[in-house]
Design a protein around this ligand. Structure first.
Ligand code: HEC
Ligand code: HEC
Length: 540
């Protein structure tokens, strides 16, 4: 078994290309006669080792519920540790069946969606009691929170850890406490209470009638370092139950991108797409709302899940509707070109007191408006209104930028080398003005992302001495830090690796307003550049 083979396909994302091809082949024949039912396929693939432990039940398998990613990980283990033989198409069909019949309700998956969406540098969930130290040190707490079992089955999970990694007891500082006693009694009991197999939300969700997500959608989102984008998604459902989507997107710099996606919706709401956005190969992890009116989540680059963007789609309404206003702010005493995106937009345009709006261009789904803001206008939020559109959006009027907040405040990037891709770190800078309020306190006015220059600086004395800035990598004009290659570097002290401890610095371009400080406004984040990531499971 080679290392390459052991890595999850396409950075661990669900694969179904082959399944689609197969589905197309059998589409002409009566399906029922050709394809075994999900339960039959499960019995055929898993039944040799997992014996029935009740009518329609297979031992262990029927006792757990997981996300589609969770099922992919389990079946991957069955293949690579226990020697289960499956074609990719069989595996994909089993994941689909298991996620549909033994998945998580939307409310159960919600707190840990960040892990499914592969959001980088997000603080993990905090599990109560012993659980954080016992269970969330090798992998995320989210991995656990995305499964459901009863206490007895959680105990089996603990037993399996110990059997598979007998050193776990020592790794867990077992010498200063009764590790095994805690792991085999308190931990399963706590987990069984927190994440039980039978829940009211899952019971209700199983009776939920799946909504067809086909139709026209209006999309908007923000890509860290690159800004806002918006556009349309035309979604259709194929005879095989899978979805195809066609995208037409435009970003705030006016660049247009077309895209196309193939998606499976698991468990009635978990949209997993494989898409092409312009030249990018991407994956989509979205959740449909229960009524099928929104589809939101994150897309990311297939081989670089750390690079991606938020995505919110709402169904195109028959009523006037504002979906997005971009950018988020206008400087007082200036003129700006604002895009209002939505549908059936027409009628009177207003950006509130102190502003003058003039329509420059109109297309089916967007208005381009020139907004002039009086020099005497007061800083604050204004409501954007267009004709009878009911959804009001706000925009900030500001006179100066007081602060830049760089997000994430703390990030990790990983060196690349050999077959291991680097893990870059993407930063975003959000500007704020601090307004003195009547009660003597200050109120933060959020101005959104403004153009900044990106640089790195040593975090401390050691980083200066070891010249981390020269060796660890570089940051580009879009706030993406690309780590250097891994390996001993003879130019460094002790031939050290190209790791580093850095500040990431965003510097705002000069400000025109007289009230603004003459000093440039900077924001900082902390970046650790560390060794390669060897393991890329679908849920960290
Ligand atoms: C060759 C024997 C074998 C086959 C075939 C097999 N399994 Fe397993 N399975 C095991 C063993 C052994 C364990 C207990 C150790 C472990 O969890 O790795 C297990 C445990 C499990 C568990 C409980 C572990 C957990 O953490 O959730 C699930 C669920 C599971 N298998 C699912 C499946 C599914 C689904 C299939 C068919 C697609 C399958 N297995 C096929 C041997 C097998
Ligand atoms: C010593 C490191 C370590 C500790 C501590 C640890 N885990 Fe794990 N756990 C792993 C590894 C490695 C895997 C991945 C195994 C695989 O899928 O091949 C895993 C997988 C899992 C899975 C997914 C398994 C599946 O098939 O569904 C769950 C759930 C889980 N761990 C829960 C826990 C819980 C609960 C605890 C605390 C009792 C815990 N882990 C503590 C290393 C650890």
């Amino acid at each position: 078994m080679t290392t390459a083979k052991r890595r999850y396909d396409k950075s661990g994302h669900l694969r179904f290309g082959i399944l689609l091809a197969l589905a197309a082949l059998v589409a002409t024949a009566p399906r029922a006669a050709q394809t075994p039912s999900g339960a039959q396929a499960l019995q055929a693939a898993c039944g040799a080792c997992h014996r029935p432990d009740g009518p329609g039940r297979l031992a262990r398998i029927s006792a757990v519920r997981k996300t589609p990613e969770g099922w992919v990980m389990t079946i991957f283990r069955m293949q690579h540790v226990h020697g289960l033989k499956l074609s990719d198409a069989q595996r994909d069909a089993l994941v689909r069946y298991l996620a549909d019949t033994q998945g998580l309700a939307p409310s159960e998956a919600k707190p840990a969606r960040f892990a499914l969406e592969r959001r980088p540098n997000v603080p993990d969930l905090e599990l109560p009691g012993n659980l954080q130290t016992m269970c969330a040190r090798c992998h995320s707490a989210a991995r656990i929170a995305l499964q459901r079992r009863d206490a007895g089955e959680w105990l089996k999970n603990v037993n399996w850890h110990l059997a598979q990694w007998p050193t776990i007891e020592y790794q867990q500082n077992a010498r200063d406490r009764h590790w095994w006693r805690t792991a085999s009694t308190v931990v399963p009991a706590e987990l069984g209470k927190l994440f039980p197999l039978h829940t009211e939300s899952w019971r209700i969700w199983q009776h939920h009638k799946a909504v067809d997500l086909g139709g026209r959608w209006l999309v908007h989102g923000h890509r860290p370092g690159r800004g806002d984008y918006w556009g349309t998604a035309d979604i259709t459902r194929g005879g095989d139950g899978d979805y195809r989507a066609a995208y037409r997107l435009t970003d705030e710099h006016g660049t247009a991108t077309d895209g196309a996606s193939h998606a499976i919706v698991y468990t009635g709401y978990e949209w997993r797409g494989t898409a092409k956005l312009g030249t990018l190969d991407t994956h989509e992890v979205f959740a449909a709302s229960a009524d099928g009116s929104t589809l939101s989540g994150r897309w990311f680059i297939a081989d670089h899940p750390e690079i991606g963007a938020d995505w919110t789609a709402v169904r195109a309404a028959t009523q006037p509707q504002i979906v997005a206003v971009s950018p988020d702010s206008i400087r007082i005493g200036s003129r700006a070109r604002i895009v209002v995106f939505g549908s059936h937009l027409g009628g009177k345009i207003s950006f509130g007191p102190g502003t003058h709006a003039r329509l420059i261009a109109r297309s089916a789904d967007r208005l381009e408006i020139e907004v002039a803001v009086d020099s005497a206008a007061h800083p604050g939020y204004r409501t954007v209104r267009v004709g009878r559109a009911s959804d009001a959006r706000s925009i900030a009027l500001y006179d100066r930028v007081d602060r830049l907040e760089v997000t994430p405040a703390y990030a990790i990037a990983r060196l690349g080398g050999g077959r291991i891709d680097p893990v870059s770190a993407q930063f975003d800078a959000v500007a704020y003005e601090d307004i003195a309020a009547a009660d003597g306190k200050t109120r933060a006015l959020r101005l959104g992302s403004l153009p900044v220059a990106w640089s790195v600086a040593p975090f401390n004395e050691e980083a200066v001495r070891d010249r981390d800035v020269d060796y660890a990598g570089h940051i580009d004009a879009f706030g993406q830090f690309m780590p250097a290659g891994a390996g001993p570097n003879p130019q460094r002290k002790f031939s050290a690796d190209n790791t580093g401890n850095l500040f990431v610095v965003a510097t705002l371009k000069a400000q025109a307003h007289p009230a603004a400080s003459a000093k440039p406004v900077v924001g900082k984040a902390h970046l650790i550049v560390t060794v390669q990531r060897w393991n890329t499971p679908p849920i960290y």
